[in-house]
Design a protein. Structure first.
Length: 308
């Protein structure tokens, strides 16, 4: 028999939080779903919905996290991880008007938590290892340039249907004139074959904890990935906080890329110039500082779930 979680939320309370969450993320979800309805792609803003395996509807749905019972919440019946946790009758916790059939509680089950323990442990280990390192600044976003290196050669085609700001030859020159030191495997794996040989690091799919560092833009964006993979075990407010940061990071990532997205309102950060480098490093440092507390909150949520 499942233990009844200690925190009870009446409908009036959880519905308010759910509505606030949906309204917050609709700033990003709404335009994306409208573009999708019209068959229009956005090379920058669609990324968080297409690269990461979280559907817009799932992002909009609010969850309180493990250890909370939702009262009068038929909308959550049948959702992954949820099950009835019994009739709540205690007047100590529930207003008189809400005692009765409406107090059939729904919560994420201990069985579901148990099934996710390996994932929680791996996320905690990766985030803890990342947080233990100082941010490495000064990569200048060259991972995107390395993905377009020698793009005129067969098999090295560019990833976006937008012009290269410096052309193919100019892009190659920038890559060859800089030290490429990408520590993030999920960026490195998209390098063109000749660019992979130029990278001073060789991260692999199974050694992320040995390479991840908090100055990496992709490590900052991935906080959103780790957060939604922990859904519905953690509060959705934390997931939205990670998404908001990832959205800003994605824009910088593409502004500093070799592509020209000025027509989309994203002015280039010319990392091939001293001024552009300074702009990039300043933004990179800011994102690392803002990502640190989010990473710590995710670590603490993982520790709470594992202790439970």
């Amino acid at each position: 028999m499942l233990a009844v979680p200690s925190t009870l939320l009446p409908r009036a309370e959880w519905a308010l939080r759910a509505r606030a969450h949906a309204e917050r993320v609709d700033v990003w979800v709404g335009p994306h779903t409208e573009r999708r309805r019209r068959g229009i792609a956005h090379p920058v803003h669609d990324f968080l919905f297409t690269y990461y395996a979280q559907r817009p509807a799932a992002l909009r749905r609010w969850h309180p996290g493990y250890g909370v019972t939702l009262l009068d919440a038929p909308e959550y019946a049948g959702l992954k991880g949820y099950a009835p946790s019994g009739i709540v009758r205690s007047k100590k916790h529930v207003p008189d008007a809400e005692i009765g059939a409406s107090c059939l509680g729904l919560s994420v089950t201990a069985d579901y938590l148990g099934s996710r323990l390996p994932l929680i442990e791996s996320i905690k280990a990766l985030l803890t290892a990342t947080a233990s390192r100082p941010p490495a600044l000064g990569c200048f976003g060259l991972h995107e340039w390395a993905m377009a290196y020698r793009s005129v050669e067969p098999g090295n085609e560019v990833r976006h249907d937008h012009p290269l700001r410096l052309g193919a030859s100019g892009t190659d020159t920038v890559v060859e004139a800089h030290r490429v030191g990408c520590s993030h495997f999920d960026a490195f794996r998209f390098f063109t074959p000749p660019a992979r040989r130029l990278n001073t690091l060789q991260p692999g799919p199974d050694d992320r904890p040995a390479f991840e560092q908090p100055g990496c833009l992709h490590a900052g964006m991935d906080l959103y990935k780790h957060a939604f993979r922990l859904t519905p075990l953690i509060p959705s407010e934390l997931v939205a906080d990670c998404f908001a940061l990832a959205w800003e990071i994605r824009e910088l990532d593409m502004r500093a890329s070799p592509y020209d997205f000025a027509a989309l309102g994203l002015e280039p950060v010319a990392i091939e110039t001293p001024e552009g480098k300074a702009t990039y490093v300043g933004a990179q440092r800011d994102f690392a500082e803002r990502g640190a507390p989010l990473r710590q909150r995710l670590i603490e949520e993982c520790a709470r779930l594992l202790a439970t």
